[in-house]
Structures are given as C-alpha cells and as structure tokens.
Design a protein around this ligand. Structure first.
Ligand SMILES: [Zn+2]
Ligand SMILES: [Zn+2]
Length: 78
C-alpha cells in the first residue's frame, strides 16, 4: 500500500518509483486521491509525523549543517 510511514518514499513525501519494489502501491501519481487522503489522515493523528522524519534524516542539501552538528557532538563527547 505504501501509505504509511514505514514506506521511506511516503515518509519522505515522495511517490514510489520503480526502485521501490512494492506491491499494490498506492503511493503514486495515479492514486493521488488515496495518497492525499492518507497524508491528511496521518497528519490528523500525528501533526508532526513528517517533521520528525525530516529531523532524523536531513535533506542532502543540509549536509553541511549536519556535519557541523556532528562536529559539535564530537567536541562534546571528547
Ligand atoms: Zn515505497
Ligand atoms: Zn510503493
């Protein structure tokens, strides 16, 4: 189904691609209605479901920010 956070694509607010070997996938453009409904329902239950996901897995573009945070973490550990 891919309309739950267990699906990395859905959790990242992306549609599934061929690389994602899922069956009966609803996380696609063809199932936009079902997909939007699932997103709305999920946000209804946990408004920050996607936010939390983004915090643990920063966007590649923010890798410099992550590197800085990592450096701070290392400095604290030492
Ligand atoms: Zn997927
Ligand atoms: Zn899928």
């Amino acid at each position: 189904m891919c309309l739950k956070l267990y699906c990395q694509c859905f959790a990242g607010q992306l549609v599934c691609s061929d690389a994602c070997r899922c069956e009966n996938c609803y996380n696609s453009a063809e199932h936009g209605v079902e997909r939007r409904a699932a997103v709305r329902e999920l946000l209804c239950r946990s408004p920050h479901a996607f936010d939390a996901k983004f915090k643990t897995e920063p966007h590649p573009l923010s890798s410099s920010v992550r590197a800085r945070a990592q450096a701070q973490q290392n400095a604290r550990a030492l």
